[in-house]
Design a protein around this ligand. Structure first.
Ligand SMILES: Nc1nc2c(c(=O)[nH]1)N[C@H]1C(S)=C(S)[C@@H](COP(=O)(O)OP(=O)(O)OC[C@H]3O[C@@H](n4cnc5c(=O)[nH]c(N)nc54)[C@H](O)[C@@H]3O)O[C@H]1N2
Ligand SMILES: Nc1nc2c(c(=O)[nH]1)N[C@H]1C(S)=C(S)[C@@H](COP(=O)(O)OP(=O)(O)OC[C@H]3O[C@@H](n4cnc5c(=O)[nH]c(N)nc54)[C@H](O)[C@@H]3O)O[C@H]1N2
Ligand SMILES: [Mo]
Length: 811
C-alpha cells in the first residue's frame, strides 16, 4: 500500500476492482465502512461476479476476466476528453512533460523493439531525449507531440466507451457512470482510493493492470494524498514482509538486486543502479544504493567483506536468467534438473497451476523436505486418490521428509501488514509435540552444512564459512537478534559529515535509521528499509500507543512503518508547488517557509524547497511516471492483451497469443486450450470461511464450507441442463474436476465482440486432507503461464467446459 488501512477512512471514493475486500480482507474492510459512514464516501465495485463487497457497494459493474486494462485505459481516455485532470499535479509531479525519443512508437499491439524469437523487447527506444546538459528534455506547455502526455493521449485514443463495452462486456452506461464518479476525484481536494489484490495480479499482464490504475491515480492527483493511493491488499499476514526481506529469487532485502551474470564485478553492478538525477535539483534517492548494499554485505560477511575485495561481491550468486521464480523452478524439476526441494510453508500441489505437471515434477525429485505445521497434500503428492488423481505410487521414488514447524501463534516476531507496518507480536501458545520454530530448523541445517564445509572443503566454501553468525545460541537465533541485525549498527564510530568533530553514531550502537548508513564499511544493516525498527530507542515495532492527534489515521506511535515510520508514501505530493496542502480539510504535510512539517514523516528532505525539489524522490526524474523507460518488460504503457486462454483473439494483433513477453515455457505453450473445445471463461477465488488449505483441517471451518462447489449463472445452467445442487464435471485442456453446482444470479452472462460469455466461478479451498470433503480446486485446470514482470500465474482467466456429471466419482 502507498497508504495504510487506517487511512482509507479519509477517502471520498473507494474503487474495489481486482479484489474482493469484504470477503478476503474482512477486518481491513471496516475502514471502508468508516469512510462511508463518516464522510459519505461512495464504493464502486468492478468484478466479474456480484461479490460480498459488491453487496455493500454504491455502484457495481461486471467485467470479463482479464480485460481490466481496456477498462482502465478507457477511463483515462474519458478523463482526458472531459478535462477531468488535476493539471498542476500532472504537469509538475508526473513525467507528462518529458520528451520521448523519436524512435519510440507502437503498432499491431506491440511497442518498438520486439524480437519474436526471443519473446522479448529491445527497450532502447523506450527512453527520454537527453539534452546537451545531460538532463532529460521537457516541454512544460505539454505542446510538443513527443511529450509523454501527447503520447499517452494517442495511446489511449482507441479505448472508447464502445471499445470498452465490446472487450470488457461492461455495459456502456455503467462504464460511463463509473467514469463520472471517478472524474469528480480530479478536483485537487477530492480523493479516490484503489483497493486491489489478485483479480489484478493473477494475469499474464498483472503488473500492467496495476500500472493502469496507478496512472489514473496520478492523472487525478491522488497519489500521496490522505485517502488516496494505490492500495495493494496483501494476502498472507506477512507477505509484505516476504517481499521486503528479499524472498523473491532475484532480490536482496530492501529491494536490492541479486547480481546477474552480466554483472561480474562490483563496478558493473553499481553502474546501472545509483542513478544520477535526470532533472536539475532532483534527489534520486537511489544514489544511496552503495550505502545500503555495502551495509548489507557487512551484515552478511563482517570482516570478510572489505573495500579491497569489493565487499565480498564474489560471494553473491550471479543469476544466469532474470529469475528463478516458482514457475521456472517447477519447470526445471519437471525436466529432472532438480534433485532436492525444500518446501517451507507452501502447498504447491494445491496452490500452483497445472496439478498434473506439478505431480510429474515432484515425482522426479530424489528428496522432498516439507517444513509445515500441518500435513499437506504436497507432502502426500504420491498418494493415489482414484478419479481425483491418476498417480501410481509404485513408480515414484521420491523420498519425503516432513519437519513439523510451529505456527504464527506459537512464534514471536514482527508481521508486516499491507500498510507496511511492522507489528511485533508475542507467542500465545507452546508448540505441540515435536514442532520446532522455523529458525531452529534452518539454523541447525546451516550449522551442519557449515561443519561439512569446514571438514571437507568444497567449491567456494568462503560464503558459508565467513557468514556472520554471532547469535548467543548459534542453533537458535532469537527474533530480537534477527530484528536488531536488520535494523543495523555501527561497526566503528561514524563521524558526522555535517558537523566537523561530532559523532553520528558510536561504535556498537544501533543506527537510528538508514540515513546513518555508510558506504565505507563502517555500518552493517540486514535490510535498509527496516532500519529504524529497533534502534537505540528500543523495539519500535512493539509500540502500542494508539493516540491519533487530529484523527488523521496516521497512528505514528503504533508499531513502526517502513520507511522511517512514514505512513503515506510520496506525501510531499499532497501539497501544491508552493507547499500548501491541496485538501485543506485533510492536510498531511506543509511548507512552513523554512521546512516541511505535518502529521506524517515528510517524504522529502525537510528543508527541500517547494517548486525546486519534486515529490517523487526515489525516481531519477523527481516526478512520477506515466511512461516508464526500461522498467516494465511489456511496455511503457499498458496495452490490452487477451489471457492465454480466451474466447477472443487479441484485438490489436490476432496472430499474437496472450502477452508476447509473459513467463511461458515451450511445453506449456503447446498445452493451452481453445474456445471451440472449452467455451467458458473460468476464474478462481477464495471464501471468508476458509484460509487456503489450512482451515479445512479444522472441523468448524469444514462444517461452514464443507464441499467443493463451482458457481454458474442461471442461463449457463439452463443451457447445459445443470440443476442447482447437482454434481458437475468441469474440464479443460490440462485436467478435470468434479464439484457441486451452485446456480446463482450473482453471475450473469456478458456480451463481448458479439459473443455471449459465460463465467464459471471456482473457489479454491479443497484438497484430499483434513476434515472437509475431498475435492480439487481450480489448479487441476489452470494454465502454466505467468505475468511478464513478476511471473504470477494466470489463475484468474482460463477456459473450461462444464456438464452434469454422469455419475459421482468415488474418491
Ligand atoms: N478468508 C480468506 N481471506 C483471505 C485468504 C483466504 O484464503 N481466505 N487469502 C489471502 C490471500 S493469500 C490473498 S492473496 C488475498 C486475495 O484477496 P482477493 O484478491 O481480494 O481475493 P480473490 O478471491 O482471489 O479474488 C478477488 C476477486 O477478483 C475477481 N476477479 C477475477 N478475475 C478478475 C478480473 O479479471 N478482473 C477483475 N476486476 N476482477 C476479477 C474475483 O471474482 C474475486 O471476486 O486474500 C487473503 N485473504
Ligand atoms: N487457482 C488459484 N490458485 C491460487 C490462488 C488463486 O487465487 N487461484 N491464489 C494464490 C495465492 S495468492 C496464494 S498466497 C497461494 C497460497 O498457497 P500456499 O501458500 O501454498 O497455501 P497455504 O495453505 O497458505 O500454505 C501455506 C502453508 O504454510 C504452512 N504454515 C503456516 N505457518 C507456518 C510457519 O510458521 N512455518 C511453516 N514452515 N509453515 C507454516 C501452512 O500450514 C500451509 O500448509 O495460492 C495461490 N494459488
Ligand atoms: Mo496470496
Amino acid at each position: 500500500m502507498t497508504n495504510s488501512w487506517t487511512d482509507i477512512k479519509n477517502t471520498d471514493l473507494v474503487i474495489v476492482m481486482g479484489g474482493n475486500a469484504a470477503e478476503a480482507h474482512p477486518c481491513g474492510f471496516k475502514w471502508v465502512t468508516e469512510a462511508k459512514a463518516h464522510r459519505g464516501a461512495k464504493l464502486i465495485v468492478v468484478d466479474p461476479r456480484y461479490t460480498r463487497t459488491a453487496a455493500v457497494s454504491d455502484y457495481y459493474a461486471p467485467i470479463r476476466p482479464g480485460s481490466d486494462i481496456a477498462f482502465l485505459m478507457g477511463v483515462i481516455r474519458w478523463c482526458i476528453e472531459n478535462d477531468k485532470v488535476q493539471w498542476e499535479y500532472v504537469t509538475n509531479y508526473t513525467n507528462a512533460s518529458f520528451l520521448v525519443k523519436d524512435e519510440f512508437g507502437w503498432s499491431d499491439g506491440l511497442f518498438t523493439g520486439y524480437d519474436e524469437e526471443k519473446r522479448d523487447y529491445d527497450k532502447k527506444s523506450w527512453d527520454y531525449k537527453i539534452g546537451e546538459d545531460g538532463f532529460a528534455e521537457v516541454d512544460m506547455t505539454l505542446q510538443d507531440p513527443r511529450c509523454v502526455w501527447n503520447l499517452l493521449k494517442a495511446h489511449v485514443d482507441v479505448y472508447t466507451p464502445e471499445f470498452v463495452e465490446n472487450i470488457c462486456g461492461t455495459p456502456r452506461d455503467k462504464f460511463l457512470a463509473i467514469c463520472e464518479m471517478i472524474g469528480e476525484c480530479s478536483a485537487p481536494d477530492k480523493v479516490m482510493t484503489s483497493m486491489y489484490a489478485l483479480g489484478w495480479t493473477q494475469h499474464s499482464k498483472g503488473a500492467q493492470n496495476i500500472r493502469g490504475m496507478a496512472m489514473l491515480q496520478l492523472i487525478l492527483g491522488n497519489i500521496g494524498m490522505r485517502g488516496g493511493g494505490m492500495n495493494a491488499l496483501r494476502g498472507h499476514s506477512n507477505i509484505q514482509g516476504l517481499t521486503d526481506l528479499g524472498l523473491m529469487s532475484n532480490l536482496i532485502p530492501g529491494y536490492l538486486n541479486i547480481p546477474t551474470e552480466k554483472e561480474p564485478d562490483w563496478e558493473t553492478y553499481m553502474s546501472t543502479r545509483a542513478f544520477k538525477p535526470l532533472r536539475p535539483n532532483q534527489t534520486s534517492y537511489w544514489q544511496n544504493y552503495p550505502k545500503f548494499m555495502v551495509s548489507f554485505m557487512k551484515a552478511m560477511w563482517g570482516d570478510a567483506a572489505t573495500a579491497e575485495n569489493d565487499w565480498a561481491y564474489d560471494y553473491l550468486p550471479k543469476l544466469d536468467v532474470p529469475t528463478y521464480d516458482v514457475l521456472r523452478m517447477f519447470d526445471l524439476m519437471h525436466h529432472g534438473r532438480i534433485n532436492l526441494y525444500f518446501c517451507q510453508g507452501f502447498n504447491p500441489l494445491l496452490s500452483f497451476p497445472d496439478r498434473a505437471k506439478l505431480t510429474r515434477a515432484l515425482s522426479n525429485l530424489k528428496l522432498l523436505v516439507v517444513m509445515d505445521p500441518l500435513e499437506t497434500e504436497t507432502a502426500h503428492f504420491w498418494e493415489n486418490h482414484g478419479v481425483y488423481n491418476d498417480v501410481d505410487p509404485a513408480e515414484i521414488q521420491t523420498e519425503v521428509l516432513e519437519l513439523p514447524t510451529t505456527c504464527f501463534a506459537e512464534d514471536e516476531g514482527a508481521l508486516v501488514n499491507s500498510g507496511r507496518w511492522l507489528q511485533w507480536h508475542w507467542a500465545g501458545g507452546t508448540p505441540p509435540g515435536e514442532a520446532k520454530h522455523d529458525t531452529w530448523i534452518m539454523a541447525g541445517i546451516q550449522r551442519r552444512v557449515r561443519a561439512l564445509y569446514e571438514a571437507e572443503g568444497g567449491v567456494l566454501p568462503d560464503p558459508i564459512l565467513n557468514l556472520t553468525w554471532d547469535y548467543a545460541d548459534p542453533f537458535e537465533p532469537t527474533p530480537e537478534e534477527l530484528a536488531k541485525e536488520m535494523n543495523g549498527r555501527a561497526l566503528r564510530t561514524v563521524p558526522d559529515p555535517a558537523n566537523e568533530g561530532a559523532v553520528l553514531v558510536e561504535a556498537g550502537q544501533q543506527v537510528k535509521n538508514f540515513t546513518q548508513l555508510q558506504a565505507d564499511g563502517s555500518t552493517a544493516c540486514g535490510c535498509w528499509l527496516y532500519s529504524g525498527c529497533w534502534n537505540e530507542d528500543g523495539n519500535n515495532m512493539a509500540r502500542r500507543d494508539n493516540t491519533d492527534p487530529d484523527e488523521t489515521g496516521a497512528y505514528l506511535n503504533w508499531a513502526w512503518s517502513w520507511p522511517v515510520n512514514r505512513r503515506i508514501l510520496y506525501n510531499r505530493a499532497s501539497a501544491d508547488m508552493q507547499g500548501k496542502p491541496w485538501a485543506e480539510d485533510r492536510p498531511l504535510i506543509w511548507w512552513t517557509g523554512e521546512k516541511w512539517e505535518g502529521y506524517d514523516v515528510p517524504d522529502i528532505g525537510v528543508t527541500s524547497k517547494p517548486g525546486e525539489v519534486m515529490p517523487f524522490i526515489m525516481n531519477a526524474e523527481g516526478t512520477s511516471r506515466l511512461f516508464t523507460r526500461a522498467m516494465m518488460r511489456d511496455g511503457p504503457f499498458p496495452t490490452h492483451m487477451e489471457p492465454f486462454e480466451s474466447p477472443l483473439a487479441n484485438v490489436f494483433n490476432a496472430r499474437m497469443r496472450g502477452n508476447p513477453v509473459s513467463r511461458m515455457f515451450e511445453d506449456d505453450a503447446q498445452n493451452l486450450g481453445s474456445s471451440d473445445q472449452f467455451p467458458f471463461v473460468a476464474t478462481s477465488y477464495r471464501l471468508t470461511e476458509h484460509f487456503h488449505y489450512w482451515t479445512k483441517h479444522n472441523p468448524v471451518n469444514a462444517a461452514l464450507q464443507p464441499e467443493f462447489f463451482v458457481e454458474i449463472s442461471q442461463e449457463l445452467a439452463a443451457e447445459r441442463g445443470i440443476v442447482n445442487g447437482s454434481r458437475v464435471r468441469v474440464w479443460g485442456k490440462r485436467g478435470e474436476v468434479w464439484a457441486k453446482a451452485l446456480v446463482t444470479r450473482r453471475l450473469q452472462p456478458m456480451t463481448c465482440d458479439g459473443k455471449t460469455i459465460h463465467v464459471v466461478g471456482i473457489p479454491l479451498h479443497w484438497g484430499f486432507m483434513g476434515a472437509a470433503k475431498k475435492g480439487w480446486g481450480p489448479n487441476s485446470l489452470t494454465p502454466y503461464v505467468g505475468d511478464a514482470n513478476v511471473e504470477t500465474p494466470e489463475f484468474k482467466a482460463f477456459l473450461v467446459n462444464i456438464e452434469p456429471a454422469a455419475e459421482e466419482p468415488v474418491a
